[in-house]
Design a protein. Structure first.
Length: 503
């Protein structure tokens, strides 16, 4: 490759990326996951479309797909609200393990007994189509104000179910499940998930301590450090311990996301941008790998039958069994079942048998590609309507304030930048009513185009930005107090330090 060819590639890549960015706004207006537009762009650019780009390297697609999933899971963990996920984490774990097993069994039986497919093909279809997709779930549900515990359960499930399904698809593709038996697989899944999560917790805990104590030379290095530590968790778990890197990176990101790290907002914005880039590249690449001319009527029939089996029968059965110990109302179970969106993950998983040379692997890929397109188009736009019908919307949700931290090393203090959104109950509260810890002061308020030093009687307004100086030992306590007032208003003290949370 010479410089001239590089220039052409950069020109085409920048143009495609800009079109994809503009498409985000269109997908938001239509209520569709953006993956549908990106997959469509890949098809247009591919060998069957006007672009005529020939791409059929399944192993490269497999590797790049896993790399993109690592970044997407990192962003998901960093932006997930821990107070929502923590109470429903047991449900998320059950959905990601027992629920996936039930779904795989249902789909495999339908594929074998109804469609007459051989067992390897049937089990692979079940394993590939059962997991929900983190990118699709995160992008759609964060626009639908559902109850926090429903959102937390769905996000936890989508962040954790990649690990067992990747392992199952790999073992079935190589024939190891048939050779070593189901008990070997079950033990291996438990080992990879448990040790992977523990390794992710260890990396996250150590990372938080390091980032709080080490003053980096530039604010721009903090986001890079956080992303690098998350990737280190994935790679370290996979290479050194041979455990699930996906479980490790998700747990590490959850810990980093809930910690009050320096330049937290800048970090989240940076990783969010990188995750968007990963999603765009991933979906377009998968669209390039697909070949619409290869898809026949039989493939469409299989995709429809398997889609109904996994979306309706398998998903609802897995949610009913998984939620039974938690006494969840049927309306919430119904919404969780229908909101289990498939996206890039099933298509990426379909590249595993394709890269391994499994017989009819190209047919599996085609069936899964069609299934994802059709059922994401059906499920995505219907979620807001279904949430209203089932009455699972959180109409009175008040959103926590975002707090960014900049270290002031010479003073042994931190400066917290707080923005007051329109939904926050900080609006209307006087500075004195915040009851911040002794030694903490609100040094400046930025309101519109002017800044001023407040006194105790200054009333906060929606849209204000506050600069709060806190001694480093009091930083976390101050942040918790501000979030408590954001949720419960000036009476937050009556409900404890954390305020009154929605469940």
């Amino acid at each position: 490759m010479d410089v001239t060819e590089l220039d052409r590639i950069l020109l085409a890549g920048a143009a495609v990326l800009l079109v994809a960015i503009v498409a985000v706004r269109l997908s938001g207006r239509l209520g569709l996951p953006s993956l549908l537009i990106y997959l469509g762009m890949g098809l247009v650019l591919g060998e069957s479309g006007p672009g005529h780009i020939h791409f059929e390297d399944a192993q490269l697609a497999h590797a790049l797909g896993f790399a993109a999933l690592v970044v997407i899971l990192t962003e998901g963990g960093l932006t997930t609200r821990w107070n929502e996920v923590r109470p429903v984490m047991p449900l998320g774990v059950v959905l990601a393990t027992v629920g996936v097993a039930i779904s795989v069994g249902v789909v495999a039986c339908v594929a074998h007994f109804v469609l007459g497919l051989d067992w390897q093909f049937a089990v692979l279809l079940g394993a590939v189509t059962s997991p929900t997709d983190a990118a699709a779930v995160f992008s759609v549900l964060r626009r639908v104000p559902i109850r926090p515990r429903l959102r937390g359960a769905l996000e936890a499930e989508s962040g954790l179910n990649d690990a067992p399904t990747v392992l199952l698809v790999t073992l079935v593709s190589t024939g190891e499940v048939g050779e070593k038996g189901i008990w070997y697989f079950t033990g291996l899944v438990l080992y990879e998930l448990v040790v992977g999560a523990l390794f992710g917790f260890l990396i996250g805990w150590v990372s938080v301590g390091l980032l709080r104590r080490v003053a980096l030379g530039s604010a721009g290095l903090y986001p890079v450090a956080v992303l690098s530590l998350a990737i280190l968790s994935y790679a370290g778990g996979a290479v050194l311990l041979h455990v699930s890197g996906f479980a490790a990176v998700y747990v590490t990101s959850l810990i980093l996301g809930r910690a009050e790290l320096p330049h937290r907002l800048a970090t989240r914005s940076f990783v969010d941008g990188i995750a968007w880039l990963a999603q765009i590249g991933l979906f377009i690449m998968l669209g390039l790998l697909a070949s619409p001319g290869r898809i026949g009527l039989d493939d469409l029939v299989i995709a429809l039958v398997i889609g109904v089996a996994v979306t309706v029968v398998g998903r609802f059965a897995s949610v009913a069994v998984s939620a039974a110990p938690f006494r969840m109302p049927w309306s919430e179970q119904t919404f969780i079942a229908w909101a289990g969106l498939r996206g890039a993950v099933p298509i990426v998983l379909a590249t595993i048998p394709l890269a391994a040379g499994v017989p009819q692997a190209d047919r599996i890929f085609d069936v899964v590609f069609v299934l994802v397109l059709l059922f994401t188009l059906l499920q995505g736009p219907s979620l807001p309507w279904l949430a209203r019908r089932l009455k699972v919307l959180d109409e009175n949700a008040s959103y926590e304030v975002d707090i960014d931290v900049a270290p002031l090393e010479s003073l042994g203090a931190d400066m917290l930048q707080v923005h007051v959104p329109s939904e926050s109950r900080l609006a209307g509260v006087e500075i004195g009513e915040l009851r911040l810890p002794v030694g903490v002061s609100v040094s400046l308020i930025i309101r519109g185009d002017r800044a001023f030093v407040p006194d105790r009687r200054t009333v906060l307004r929606a849209g204000d930005s506050l600069l709060v100086v806190a001694p480093s030992p009091l930083r976390d306590q101050t942040a918790r107090r501000l979030r408590a007032v954001s949720r419960a208003g000036r009476l937050a003290g009556w409900f404890g330090e954390r305020g009154r949370e929605q469940h």
